[in-house]
Design a protein around this ligand. Structure first.
Ligand SMILES: CCCCCCCC/C=C\C/C=C/C(=O)SCCNC(=O)CCNC(=O)[C@H](O)C(C)(C)COP(=O)(O)OP(=O)(O)OC[C@H]1O[C@@H](n2cnc3c(N)ncnc32)[C@H](O)[C@@H]1OP(=O)(O)O
Length: 305
């Protein structure tokens, strides 16, 4: 077992690991002893904010976000998230990802407002590059990506869900999803807008963005922001059922089709990436915008009292 932990320091093997005996080892061609797992092994790795559970049998990884209290997307969270998606992308066994939240009531509260409030230009630039990277990794992924939206998902949380191929939301009218940036006195960047337009069309996006609409679950389904509503307890199992349909499609055909649909939107950001960072930094560091963020945060905290 000690050797196993040395070989896979970041990996916790579940399933029948406890029963691994000497008989569970095989010798590689170079003579190294390697663990020999039964076909249905699951491997779970946990970072500070995420748990990634890979099922070698299905080729599906469940990525669970767990950054209390609300899975806000901080610089550290985004960095970890992009690294995890990159690792799965490079894992030939991984064909699909289900993205979900391990916290009650919230999928993700969107960008961490404290990363944009009272911070200098250098920090803001680094943060924005990490936001771009998260979206580029997810929207441009070759894997099948399913968002199991088991709670509210405003702004950056909605972007994350929209970047996936398919969205299943908990049928709870208390949960909402949408790009509500204007309510904070800020503006959804062009690639947030493009992602939404690609999902629900021009007119619905125009209304949603200007009004900062947060759709409750039934409205989100009606407008096409999510693809299915299911009872809250069934979100993850519905995501597994949905992904099995996608897995039945040959990867190369699905991937080329996905790229054909998404590449122009991705290329638009890639060719304006630095300019987008500069725009963000000069916008977010304006006194008037900082004041809007401060007022919004105060209101958020006052809701409790
Ligand atoms: C000319 C063009 C230039 C272009 C420039 C582009 C600029 C674009 C800039 C940015 C784009 C921004 C994208 C974003 O994602 S901004 C974030 C928007 N998010 C929200 O509005 C969500 C706010 N949160 C909520 O609505 C709720 O918290 C909730 C529904 C998610 C959960 O509700 P509940 O369970 O009741 O929890 P609380 O409200 O009590 O929150 C707990 C705790 O967490 C704090 N918090 C909540 N959300 C955030 C957040 N996004 N960032 C940081 N902190 C957050 C909240 O304040 C509470 O804190 P506490 O009082 O200290 O406990």
């Amino acid at each position: 077992m000690a050797t196993l932990l040395k070989l896979f320091p970041t990996c916790t093997w579940t399933g029948r690991l406890a029963h691994l005996s000497r008989k569970g080892w095989a010798q590689s061609r170079s003579g190294r002893l390697l663990p020999c797992f039964p076909a249905s092994q699951r491997c779970a790795s946990t970072t500070s904010y995420l748990t990634v559970e890979m099922d070698d049998n299905t080729g599906v990884a469940v990525v669970t976000m767990k950054s209390p209290p609300v899975n806000s997307l901080s610089l550290d969270f985004l960095t970890e998230f992009s690294i995890s998606i990159e690792k799965l992308e490079m894992d030939r066994k991984c064909r699909g990802v289900i993205l979900t939240s391990g916290l009650p009531k919230v999928f993700s509260a969107g960008l961490d407002i404290m990363e944009m409030y009272g911070k200098g230009p250098e920090h803001c630039a680094e943060f924005w590059r990490a936001v771009q990277e998260m979206w580029l990794k997810l929207y441009g992924s070759n894997m099948i990506t399913i968002a199991a939206v088991n709670g509210s998902s405003p702004a950056g949380g909605c972007l994350m869900a929209m970047a996936c191929d398919y969205r299943i939301m908990a049928d709870n009218p208390k949960y909402s999803i949408g790009l509500n940036e204007t309510l904070l006195g800020i503006v959804a960047p062009f690639w947030f807008k493009d992602t939404m337009m690609n999902t629900i069309g021009f007119r619905a996006t125009e209304l949603a963005l200007q009004l900062g609409l947060l759709h409750n679950a039934p409205n989100a389904l009606r407008v096409g922001l999510v693809d299915e509503l299911v009872p809250e307890k069934e979100v993850l199992s519905a995501a597994s059922t949905a992904i099995s349909k996608w897995l039945a499609i040959p990867d190369h055909a699905r991937q080329i089709t996905k790229s054909m649909m998404r590449k122009p939107t991705i290329d638009r950001l890639l060719s304006h990436r630095d300019q987008d960072i500069n725009n963000f930094v000069s916008f977010i560091t304006k006194d008037s915008i900082q004041k809007s963020l401060q007022v919004y945060m105060e209101r958020l905290k006052q809701r409790k009292t």
